[in-house]
Design a protein around this ligand. Structure first.
Ligand SMILES: O=C([O-])CC(=O)C(=O)O
Length: 169
């Protein structure tokens, strides 16, 4: 598996190679709108997923478990009201070997995120944390900005964007 330290293919090169893709080959591009907040600007790895809404219980559990070079994709329903990842969870993700976290939602603690050796993408920053009520699901297909992302997919992110593939590229 790819780890944060492994060079990742450029998303532009991947898109050049898939320029005729209609999605039927399992290659997808996430729409723009994600910003980079982590200390690792480019990352890639096999996908693990969490779906939750303004409750980061399952995100915390995931980043506190071994990441094995995977990318955690968190579908937070695009909520801009609560931060699903902050400095503590980012530090846990880095410590446990996650390559990156992509949040369809918000994050907080900008300075601490930038200091964490993990890739972090999110729609924006908001200082309000979630309330943990034990809700949320892991290991489910998630719809991120209109694009399906499934556990076992591969995700690559760099300065140009984020792409997802059914297989390692
Ligand atoms: O704990 C949270 O809910 C989010 C946060 O602020 C952190 O990860 O430091």
């Amino acid at each position: 598996m790819t780890s944060a330290a492994t060079p990742v293919p450029s998303t532009c090169d991947l898109c050049d190679a898939h320029r005729q893709s209609d999605g039927s080959d399992g290659f997808r591009v996430l729409p723009p709108g994600f910003h980079s907040y982590g200390g690792v600007p480019a990352f890639g790895g096999e996908v693990r997923t969490v779906r939750c809404f303004e409750d980061n219980t399952q995100v915390k559990a995931a980043v506190e478990s071994p990441g094995r070079g995977c990318v955690l994709v968190v579908d937070g329903g695009a909520s801009l009201r609560r931060a699903l990842v902050g400095g503590n969870l980012a530090a846990s993700a880095a410590r446990n070997g996650w390559a990156g976290i992509v949040v369809n939602g918000c994050v907080r603690d900008a300075a601490e995120l930038a200091a964490a050796q993990v890739g972090i993408r999110a729609l924006g920053l908001v200082p309000m944390p979630t309330e943990r009520r034990g809700e949320g699901q892991t290991g489910v297909a998630v719809l991120v900005q209109g694009v399906w992302v499934r556990p076992g997919d591969w995700l690559y992110a760099d300065a140009d964007g984020i792409v997802v593939s059914e297989r390692a590229l």
